[in-house]
Design a binder for this molecule. Sequence first.
Ligand SMILES: Cc1ncc(COP(=O)(O)O)c(C=O)c1O
Length: 403
Amino acid sequence: MKPRFKKTHGVIERGEVMKAFSFSQRLKKFPPYLFAEIDKKKEQLRKRKVNFIDLSIGDPDIPAPRSVIETLYKTAKIKVNQKYSLDQGKIELRRSIKSWFKRRFEVDLDEDKQILPLIGSKEGLVHLPLAFVNKDDYVIVPSPGYPGYRNAARFCEANIYNLPLLERDNFLPDLSSIPLNIRNKAKIMYLNYPNNPTTALAPLDFLKVLVGFCAKYGIILAYDNAYSEVYFEEKPHSVLEVKGAEEVVLEFHSFSKTFCMTGFRLGWACGNEDLLAGLLKVKTNIDSGIFGAIQEAGRRALDNEDKYLDKLRKILKERRDIFVEGLKAAGFQDIYSRSTFYVWAKIPASFKSSIDYAHHLLTKKNIIATPGIGFGKDGEGFIRFALTVDKNKLRRVFSKPLF
Ligand SMILES: Cc1ncc(COP(=O)(O)O)c(C=O)c1O
């Protein structure tokens, strides 16, 4: 390719042009990040002073627990927390994670070898392949699925294998559909239950089969459990409840959705010791630990805020019930809302595509929702609503027909 040239602003004395910067081949393959695109649309609406209802991004409107914010404030004043922190996270935080995990899932984790705090779960999920995936290896990602998994594979120039999550299978993957050559070449399989965007849960029987499958083919199972505490009728599992799972699994957890701490940036990975060592090696070369006061705030949440979680689930359940009733009355037919704070619904038959319908909601109803195609090809035909606004606003969604 011929180099492109651009005018400079006087930094080069002789000659008026210099070679333009261009993205790496790797980065050129990244599609625009779904939520960054939606953010641009929101900004345009704000500029036009349009009063819209934002049901697009999974950033809960509910404040983090008060005691957590107070801990953050108090511990930010302590000098040691203002310095570089340990890459492996504070031992006190790892111990809190260990006891929370034991209390919640009846699983014992070694705080020195099997737990690694993260700067949010996305950070760990996206860095993991850098430790284990080579160019042209395969990474298996769910479709529909959280966009971070695909982009993690793209950073390593790996091939992406889309594993469909279909309505007829309760949005669980059909592992037998994965061709043998892909099974043999795949290094990582990402899966996520409670599932964003479909809201599906994974039964323990399925998790057992999944662990067996990954062990048989030597595939790392990156199990994203970011929504483990956002449930209603059925309590989600940890895949580490499955006997022997620690041989092949890294499970990811997040404070973002559990304690509405999205801005704090805190999560953790746990499970296989060697996998954690690889992830830690990558992280040590990229970041320099998590702000100590945020780690203290996270400890406080895990140790003392079980009641907050009960209250959170109550608020979200009420919202979910209002919203699902509203959708039914509005004529929607296939509506999924088993867990998380999302509702996943089939778009009305009169619309050609999920983008078409999202566009209709945005331009005609001032409602921002996420088109299913944004989560992968198998998300087409669906729309995702994030119930991250209060119940009165949610009721307003139904003040006019939705299609
Ligand atoms: C399925 C899933 N995994 C991971 C994340 C990232 O969460 P965190 O804030 O912990 O990075 C999100 C955020 O929306 C998510 O939906």
